[in-house]
Design a protein around this ligand. Structure first.
Ligand code: NAD
Length: 415
């Protein structure tokens, strides 16, 4: 498999979209780079009594359409370029679903699986102490991402409020409901993805109750499994995986039982009546819908020719390499690109900020309805662009997102 630098990939996507939009040189130069970057170290007292140093990042990619917005990852393999790429993709994602926010991303290079709760809390609070002057509801609003969760946000929000001496629940999203979180956030990313699959099935006349598989059975993957059956009125989940392994059952899994098993044991392995298969085999199964919901570069030039899914719904950020994108497009596989498919999460984060601002919280139905409206509209807008420009869906989504951000930069007089 070719190795890719995610940020170079993200920059090439901007160049491709800019060409189709005839953007001028200054606009392209502006959009090709983050507006602001923070690259810092954190020192945390560990339970052993020793101090450990962690590399951390916060990258605020673009502010033209509103405050920057994006998750914080705890992962040992994070680099400044993966965070830059993720921040860049957040910018187009918020624009594709047309919410008034920019893009950002943060990360800490650490192995959360080997850390105790108290160490994770210290690390989360230390991160906020380092970055507090530069984040906030009108500046940059973090959220969880891989290996961070509502508890992480609760610690971070608490630390932030201690520093600014003021209640500021909207400064972080995906908080627990008891302290300013919103209904509907836990399943928002998956809900948005499944809604786009529903629209794709209608458009392409694909049976929405066929077989499906999920790579990565974490937050997004588990919720997608449950919502696929609820929103599409059926569907047989025949394979799932997590970092420890992949399992298969021809007859389909009982999704609720499987989610309970994962929550109880920490893995999908050892689920009754499941056959263990190699990780890579899951991606190549004969299914109607494949949801990559783990990490980057899962579909590459190595396996793109073997993918048999009719629809690939990218809940993960950056799961398909550029070579693979072309192969899938030539083979007529309908890819719903990450900046569209996984935009439900940031849509509900935005609704959480609005509710926090007014201190008035809505019923879950209002949240679900708004996500449905936003994602349905975005799916069809992207497919208009695909048709207008005669390009594959990722480039179609980029054209929509980049055009909206470029227009905001121009209106502000930046270019
Ligand atoms: P998570 O940490 O809850 O889940 C990730 C899952 O992937 C875990 O079960 C992990 O075991 C599994 N995994 C890791 N490596 C794997 C591998 N090689 N093969 C198979 N499984 C593997 O994270 P999440 O919140 O569900 O996020 C998953 C993806 O979706 C990420 O790319 C994230 O950026 C993206 N995303 C998440 C949200 C959200 O709201 N949670 C929003 C937008 C995008």
């Amino acid at each position: 498999m070719k190795s890719y630098n995610s940020f170079l990939v993200a920059q090439q996507q901007i160049l491709d979209a800019a060409k189709l939009l005839n953007l001028d040189e200054a606009t392209v130069d502006l959009l090709k780079l983050p507006q602001r970057e923070f690259n810092f170290t954190l020192h945390v007292k560990m339970d052993s009594g020793k101090t450990q140093i962690f590399q951390a990042y916060r990258i605020q990619y673009n502010f033209a359409r509103g405050p920057a917005k994006g998750g914080i990852r705890f992962h040992p393999d994070e680099t400044v370029d993966t965070i830059r790429a993720l921040a860049c993709w957040m910018t187009w994602k918020t624009a594709v679903v047309d919410i008034p926010l920019g893009g950002a991303k943060g990360g800490i290079c650490c192995n959360p699986k080997s850390m105790a709760m108290r160490e994770l809390e210290n690390l989360s609070r230390e991160y906020v102490r380092a970055i507090a002057p530069f984040i906030g509801v009108d500046k940059d609003i973090p959220a969880p991402d891989v290996y961070t969760n509502p508890q992480t946000m609760a610690w971070m929000m608490d630390e932030y409020e201690t520093i600014v001496y003021h209640h500021h629940p909207g400064a972080f999203t995906d908080k627990p409901i008891q302290i300013g979180g919103t209904e509907g956030r836990r399943d928002a990313t998956a809900r948005g993805g499944v809604i786009t699959v529903r629209e794709a099935c209608k458009k392409l006349n694909i049976d929405p109750t066929g077989r499906f598989a999920i790579q990565g059975f974490g937050n997004a993957g588990q919720r997608a499994a449950l919502l696929h059956q609820e929103i599409l009125g059926g569907g047989k989940l025949i394979a799932v995986s997590d970092s420890r392994g992949a399992i298969f059952n021809e007859a389909g899994f009982d999704v609720k039982e499987l989610v309970m098993h994962k929550l109880k044991t920490g893995s999908v392995l050892n689920f009754p009546a499941a056959k263990v298969i190699p990780h890579d085999e899951l991606l190549e199964l004969d299914v109607e819908v494949l949801y990559p919901a783990a990490l980057e570069n899962a579909i590459s030039d190595k396996n793109a020719n073997n993918i048999k899914a009719k629809i690939v719904c990218e809940l993960a950020n950056g799961p398909t390499t550029p070579d693979a994108d072309l192969i899938l497009s030539q083979r007529g596989i309908h890819v719903i690109p990450d900046i569209l498919a996984s935009a439900g999460g940031v849509t509900v984060s935005y609704l959480e900020m609005v509710q926090d601002k007014y201190s008035f919280f809505w019923d879950e139905n209002i949240i679900h309805k708004t996500v449905d409206q936003k994602l349905t509209k975005a799916y069809h807008r992207v497919h208009e662009a695909v048709k207008e420009k005669n390009v594959h869906p990722r480039l179609g989504a980029m054209v929509v997102g980049v055009a909206r951000v470029a227009e905001a930069c121009k209106l502000r007089g930046w270019v």
